[in-house]
Design a protein around this ligand. Structure first.
Ligand code: FAD
Length: 295
């Protein structure tokens, strides 16, 4: 099937894009097109106008700046794969990127587009939650930041206004003693997650957990935070027993549905397992980061 006809606009600046979003009737933004184009082709989406942001060169970046890892709206999944900065400092990003879809989709699909799509099976939303990240949205009234916890409302629905463009997603740069990881269970290469867990730990000088972040994929109506598990970890020393209870608490906080990927009880059990694994890797990486910083 072919897409229904629509008007196509190609702004070259963010301001131009925002004024198009304000003036056009029910505009839809096109970034990587890896979710939108299939929806257009199957006529699940029938926008009157499409605002293609691929010509806005200023949105094509990811770098550390001003205490954040900043990810521009045109950074592709593949851009964070095999990248030294990411591998060295952002374990969860390095783990998640190669697990998304296949290389063709990773070459075009954007990290920010994935967050805007708000698919509960999307991997980046959980990473954003675990890192206490936020997105920067620009609209006719200027710029605002939306914390990860306030971004995802319902499946495929965010708190973004129709005339707002996400220009960037950002997470704080790692503190000394911080490590993170992402674990995902899927039936075969290229699949969406049956369940996924992003974990981030910050260890203090005494080796206790100062801060913890846990985001879950595909086991609730949106990417979700395992707040009780996080609270259980804080102030404690990393150990298998501690992580086992955190895994149980994360599983309790999850709310999976049975579907073609697996039944709900199995997915809940997998949240427990994946949480323990992600915490184990995050703790190991937190130690590694700490040693490097104090050398
Ligand atoms: C076969 C297949 C398998 C996949 N597997 C996975 C997977 O395992 N894990 C995973 O996380 N994802 C997966 N995806 C989705 C993929 O990651 C997409 O790239 C992503 O969901 C959307 O990013 P995009 O840049 O392609 O956005 P687009 O398709 O261009 O846009 C998606 C939506 O976001 C909106 N949007 C995009 N950018 C912005 C912006 N800057 N501001 C505001 N709104 C914006 C669009 O208007 C649209 O509504 C898969 C996709 C396919 C087709």
């Amino acid at each position: 099937m072919k897409a229904a006809p629509f008007e196509h606009h190609e702004p070259t600046t963010v301001d131009e894009a925002v004024s198009l979003l304000e003036s056009l009737h029910e505009p839809t933004i096109l970034a990587g097109g890896q979710s939108l184009v299939p929806m257009l082709r199957f006529r699940l989406a029938r926008p009157d106008t499409v605002v293609d942001i691929n010509g806005i060169d200023s949105l094509d970046y990811f770098h550390e700046d001003d205490g954040y890892l900043k990810i521009g709206a045109l950074a592709r999944h593949a851009d964070v794969e095999d990248n030294e900065l990411i591998e060295d400092r952002y374990g969860s990003f390095a783990d998640a990127a190669p697990l998304i879809a296949d290389p063709q989709i990773r070459n075009r699909g954007t990290i920010v587009g994935s967050m805007a799509q708000a698919d509960p099976k999307g991997d980046w939303g959980s990473v954003l939650i675990a890192h206490d990240g936020e997105v920067v949205a620009k609209g006719p009234d200027g710029e605002r930041t939306i914390p990860a916890d306030e971004l995802f409302l319902l499946p495929y629905d965010t708190s973004l206004m129709e005339d707002e463009l996400i220009t960037e997603a950002r997470v704080p740069t790692p503190a000394p003693g911080e490590g993170s990881a992402y674990h995902k269970l899927k039936r075969k290469t290229g699949d969406y997650a049956m369940a996924g867990v992003a974990a981030r730990l910050v260890l203090d000088d005494d080796g206790r957990i100062e801060d913890a972040g846990i985001g879950m994929t595909a086991v609730d109506i949106t990417n979700a935070r395992a707040a009780d598990a996080e609270a259980h970890l804080e102030g404690e020393r990393p150990s298998a027993d501690l992580f086992e209870t955190a895994g149980e608490l994360a599983a309790e906080a999850s709310n999976p549905e049975s579907d073609e990927h697996g039944d709900a009880a199995y997915k809940e059990r997998m949240v427990d397992v994946l949480t323990q694994r992600a915490l184990g890797d995050a703790a190991e990486r937190a130690g590694a980061v700490k040693r490097r910083v104090t050398q």
